[in-house]
Design a protein. Structure first.
Length: 151
């Protein structure tokens, strides 16, 4: 099974999602350390507050307006929307690029690899889904080179 979030994040690679699904507090602490280093969270917050089970209305989200829009339209992700790409998703892509630039200066190579797979490929993920949908393919599928496709 694959999991592409509303914004195009690949949950199957997301360290928050994986730690949450595995109920692994130690891994959530590692994610907290990374998020603090990236400037995404204050050091005083609790790692348990990073727990994420995907794009559900009760989970914390970096793009709440985007999630609300997709849920209102009944879409699992923005790539399935006829209006893709829109201003909301383009703003998310811009935010992601800024984070990628910053991460390159503060992350280890292994961390960058994880971030690339989980977050920094959101545009490619959504473009593929949108293209597949418009060509009569299986909209919502991850890119064909994705190792989780056969899960």
């Amino acid at each position: 099974m694959f999991l592409i979030g509303v914004c195009g994040d690949h949950c199957s690679y997301c360290p928050r999602y994986i730690a949450t699904e595995n109920n692994n507090a130690t891994d959530l602490e590692k994610v907290k350390e990374l998020w603090v280093r990236l400037g995404l969270r204050d050091p005083a917050f609790h790692a348990r507050d990073l727990a994420c089970s995907g794009c559900k209305s009760n989970s914390k989200c970096a793009y709440p307006e985007l999630r609300a829009c997709a849920h209102e339209k009944g879409m699992d992700n923005c790539g399935l929307c006829d209006a893709y790409p829109c201003k909301l998703i383009n703003t998310a892509f811009e935010k992601t690029e800024k984070l990628r630039s910053h991460a390159a200066h503060v992350c280890k190579l292994e961390e960058m690899d994880t971030l690339q797979k989980a977050f920094f490929s959101k545009k490619q993920n959504l473009d593929q889904i949108h293209n597949d949908m418009n060509q009569g393919g299986k909209g919502g599928q991850p890119p064909t080179n994705d190792p989780t496709r056969s899960r």
